[in-house]
Design a protein around this ligand. Structure first.
Ligand code: UD1
Length: 367
């Protein structure tokens, strides 16, 4: 009997992680079939639809339309809607990725219905329980059945937390699978296929900024500090800031202007953004995914956080944690611009084959 897997995606970074898994599952269609559930956590066209199209993710089989609201509202809406989908046609496994509210909501629903949960990107820990994503990671991992890890630290965390090591698999990074796949396509496209190329040729050498963590943008003082640092850096190098809707809303109410040397863009489609950051002199970010992607391509990355759940990007990659103090951000950026010190190496198994390993292991788990 063919096994049915529900794949859950809800927020922008989920779509990039699901895409390579879908490509791989398509090769196993005689043994496993899947249905894609879009929770609707991200609902703006620029945060959702555009990614489905360009990443080659098929239209979802179920769209739960649960975007917006507080964390509790969002999580509760997703749980209610996803439970109905699971009851309609009971899957053999629910596969969740990453650490967003959709990951948490759907893993709880599945587990309560006694459907096994596979967690891709399991075991990452920032140690900062004030981060909503850390809560999502801890809860999801506490009830998952099969754990697919991007790096050794994830495996070690899970084993330390008492998970049976035979259910914990170090498989590599599906975000990197997607990156390498899309980069290959990008490399044979003409630069004028992208609107971000206009900025590249206009600016020459430039840095790229992304920011969306609640701890950085919801608190006006923190955001003001970061904006001060960006304005100072922009005196040395032009910056391109792709603004997440959460951050856009907060910036509107901030009592300060961004420097004219900072180009503001809205959320970018995947390829447009890749075209931009892959050639940046430096990337300043608080994103989890971009810490990994910059490591995979060897682009210097400064992370505006005090911790990371992805330590391998610092230990082996191009990532440096610089915190949120404006002077530290500025000094670290100027140092990288003068002479990038970290050449970085590609972590083990970040080779574009993580989805292959995941699906092949899942087929064994599901027997
Ligand atoms: C979520 C994830 C975060 C991930 C990020 C990537 C959680 C807890 N956080 O954060 O881990 O790195 O996605 O983008 O799940 N909004 C829109 N349009 C949208 C989506 C969001 O306007 O399509 C605005 C809304 O004001 C919304 C706010 O952004 O309330 C926050 O959205 P939400 O999905 O709660 O979390 P993110 O900050 O996007």
């Amino acid at each position: 009997m063919r096994k049915l897997i529900y794949l859950v995606a809800g927020a922008r970074p989920n779509f990039m992680k699901i895409a390579p898994i879908i490509r791989e599952l398509n090769k196993w269609s005689d043994r496993i079939y899947f249905q894609l559930i879009h929770t609707g956590q991200h609902y703006d066209h620029d945060m959702s639809e555009v990614f489905f199209i360009e990443l080659g993710v098929p239209p979802p089989d179920h769209h739960l339309e649960c975007g917006g609201g507080s964390h509790a509202e969002q999580t509760a809406k997703i749980m209610l809607a996803f439970e109905q989908v699971c009851l309609q046609q009971r899957p053999d496994c629910v596969l969740v990725v990453g650490d967003v509210n959709s990951t948490l909501a759907c893993s709880i629903v599945a587990k309560k219905l006694q459907v096994p949960v596979a967690h891709v990107e399991a075991g990452l820990r920032s140690g900062d329980i004030a981060m909503p994503e850390e809560i999502n990671r801890l809860v999801t991992d506490s009830i998952s059945d099969w754990f697919f890890c991007t790096e050794r630290a994830g495996v070690e965390n899970l084993v330390r937390e008492g998970k049976p090591s035979k259910e914990v698999f170090h498989v590599g990074n599906v975000m990197v699978d997607n990156l390498l796949y899309q980069k290959q396509k990008l490399d044979i496209m003409p630069p004028n296929a992208f609107s971000t190329s206009v900025h590249k040729s206009r600016l020459g050498r430039y840095g790229v900024v992304t920011l969306h963590r609640p701890s950085n943008v919801d608190n006006s003082q923190e955001l003001l500090n970061i904006v001060m640092a960006l304005n100072a850096i922009a005196q040395n190098i032009p910056l391109v800031f792709t603004v997440h809707p959460r951050t856009g809303n907060k910036l509107k109410n901030l009592q300060t202007e961004l420097s004219k040397n900072i180009t503001i863009l809205g959320p970018q489609p995947y390829m447009e953004f890749l075209n931009l950051w892959k050639d940046a002199a430096v990337v300043l970010t608080d994103s989890g995914g971009l810490q990994e992607e910059t490591t995979a391509l060897g682009v210097p990355c400064l992370t505006l956080r005090h911790n990371t759940e992805r330590p391998i990007t610092v230990e082996q990659g191009t990532n440096t944690l610089v915190g949120t103090d404006p002077v530290s951000i500025m000094q670290a950026t100027l140092a990288v611009l003068e002479r990038p010190t970290k050449r970085g190496m590609k972590p083990a198994l970040w080779d574009g084959k993580a989805a292959e390993r995941i699906v092949s292991q899942l087929s064994i788990c599901l027997e």
